[in-house]
Design a protein around this ligand. Structure first.
Ligand code: ADP
Ligand code: 5GP
Length: 191
């Protein structure tokens, strides 16, 4: 019997909704879940480790990756660039195991174009007020950067209808469970 091809799942959602927290919970419960490590031109936050949270690179190297088709998708977000190295994702899917990307909206749209079979999951806040308080509560950005991210978040929330599934991050453990279920679910049957 033919093996069901491994599925690429994209998790997206506004800054501060809890994408990183939910993915970390998924990894804690299921260390076997493979999550892509992005490249970014953003500076590391305290505690972030190169090669674990991101590959922190300079603008020249990011340009080089784009020119050499090294990225599955990339986007500029709140003044920095972020991208998904393509080779590790291809290797992971070729091995027959699922792959998870945690990326913003423009990148999710590029994945939809390049890999229409990918599953797009939107992580939504329980309310706008809760999103504002989570972003402020994280305390990693200056107030003006927080405002920039909130303006983007409004547009991102409006795009939730483009996604295959919406998961509400009301509770981290519950949202993580739902995401794990989606990662391993069979894709819908084709025509
Ligand atoms: P993102 O990766 O989407 O930008 P983070 O994972 O950094 O968001 O989460 C933003 C803040 O919200 C963090 O302080 C995190 O602890 C908090 N948070 C995440 N999920 C929840 C939740 N379900 N309930 C309450 N707080 C949460
Ligand atoms: P942060 O600076 O908070 O780590 O990330 C900012 C935004 O960039 C988040 O919405 C995050 O999901 C997104 N992001 C992280 N890696 C990538 C990537 O490789 N590609 C794209 N398009 N977005 C990414």
């Amino acid at each position: 019997m033919a093996r069901t091809p491994a599925r690429l799942t994209v998790l997206s959602g506004p800054s501060g909704v809890g994408k990183g927290t939910v993915v970390a919970e998924v990894r804690r419960r299921h260390p076997e879940v493979w999550v892509s490590v992005s490249v970014t031109t953003r500076a590391p936050r305290p505690g972030e480790v190169d090669g674990e949270h991101y590959w922190f690179v300079d603008a020249e190297y990011f340009d080089w990756l784009i020119e050499h088709d090294g990225l599955l998708e990339w986007a500029e977000y709140a003044g920095n660039r972020y991208g998904t190295p393509v080779a590790p994702v291809q290797e992971q899917l070729a091995s027959g195991a699922p792959a998870l990307l945690e990326i913003e909206l423009q990148g999710a749209r590029q994945v939809r174009e390049r890999a229409p079979e990918a599953q797009l999951v939107f992580l939504a806040p329980p309310s706008w007020a809760e999103l504002v308080s989570r972003l402020a509560g994280r305390g990693t950005e200056h107030p003006e950067v927080q405002s920039r991210r909130l303006a983007l978040a409004q547009a991102e929330l409006d795009a939730s209808g483009e996604f295959d599934v919406v998961v509400v991050n009301d509770d981290v453990a519950r949202a993580a469970d739902e995401l794990v279920g989606l990662l391993t679910a069979s894709p819908p049957a084709g025509p």
